[in-house]
Design a protein around this ligand. Structure first.
Ligand SMILES: [Mn+2]
Length: 271
């Protein structure tokens, strides 16, 4: 049995199938992990959702594009105009897919392998216990019957710094943003939600979140996606970036957790 962690699929269904053939994926024996952003931008989001939902041995965390889909499905304007998710929104099994999606976690920790997975990473000042407990606060709301009301308050770049005193929607928004949108942080706790560039484009005073000093999780193996500009390359130890930007003409990548070997397929260009 092997575990393969797979980067942001973003609707790249054909590349996902190619990748699974490349690793000789065995549905019975192997386990797949997905770092989130299953949908949007790529051509086959509906096929990706149906396929991943059908898997038995699978662990998934939510990404920001998956959350955009929830918002769009409920007819709200997500302040994020570009999408090609109509096929999911209009699908006969759309409600079923949405109800499955919104109950997925923000954080997954596997005690056996020691790996932790979250779409954008773990806020550098949280230990594992805190990260799990804060993730659960948002997961409970998304899984609840009145989650649509929360979607209206989900968007925004403030607050950009954690405080134990945060409450209500501000608290939930910060936790969610940290798990699904984080890239750069200052050494004193602030996140930059605007800059989508690579590490060399950090604004003054900001570093990639995994380079913050004295992270409590410095010795924990963290798998994340989201940051396509990294192209899978991070120099920090125990940090595994899996988004190699398939949807931007890069690769879709899987990492075998047992030995760290990476497998990639190139983006299929639509003619
Ligand atoms: Mn993302």
């Amino acid at each position: 049995m092997a575990i393969y962690a797979i980067g942001d699929v973003q609707g790249c269904f054909d590349e996902l199938q190619q990748l699974l053939r490349l690793v000789a994926y065995d549905t019975q024996q192997d386990e797949l992990w997905f770092v989130g952003d299953l949908v949007n931008r790529g051509p086959k989001s509906l096929e990706v959702l149906r396929f991943i939902k059908s898997l038995v041995n699978v662990k998934i965390v939510l990404g920001n594009h998956d959350l955009h889909l929830l918002t769009l499905f409920h007819g709200q304007d997500p302040l994020f105009k570009q999408h090609n998710l109509e096929a999911v929104i209009n699908a006969p099994d759309g409600t079923e897919l949405i109800n499955w999606l919104r109950k997925l976690p923000l954080l997954y920790h596997d005690p056996d392998s020691g790996f932790v997975m979250a779409h954008a990473g773990i806020y550098p000042w949280w230990n594992l216990h805190e990260a799990k407990s804060y993730a659960e606060e948002v997961e409970r709301v998304l899984a609840s019957d009145d989650y649509v009301e929360f979607l209206e308050h989900m968007y925004g770049n403030k607050p950009d710094c954690w405080s134990d005193n945060l409450a209500g929607n501000e608290r939930l928004r910060f936790i969610l943003n940290a798990f699904v949108r984080m890239r750069f942080a200052t050494q004193d706790g602030r996140l930059d939600f605007d800059n989508v560039g690579g590490p060399e484009q950090a604004s003054a005073g900001f570093v990639p979140w995994y380079e913050v000093d004295n992270r409590p999780l410095a010795d924990t193996k963290i798998i994340f996606g989201h940051w396509a500009a990294l192209r899978g390359k991070v120099s920090a130890s125990h940090i595994y970036a899996l988004d190699e930007g398939c949807v931007w003409g890069g690769n879709l990548t899987a990492m075998r957790l047992d030995d760290g070997e990476r497998f990639s397929v190139a983006c299929v260009k639509e003619l």
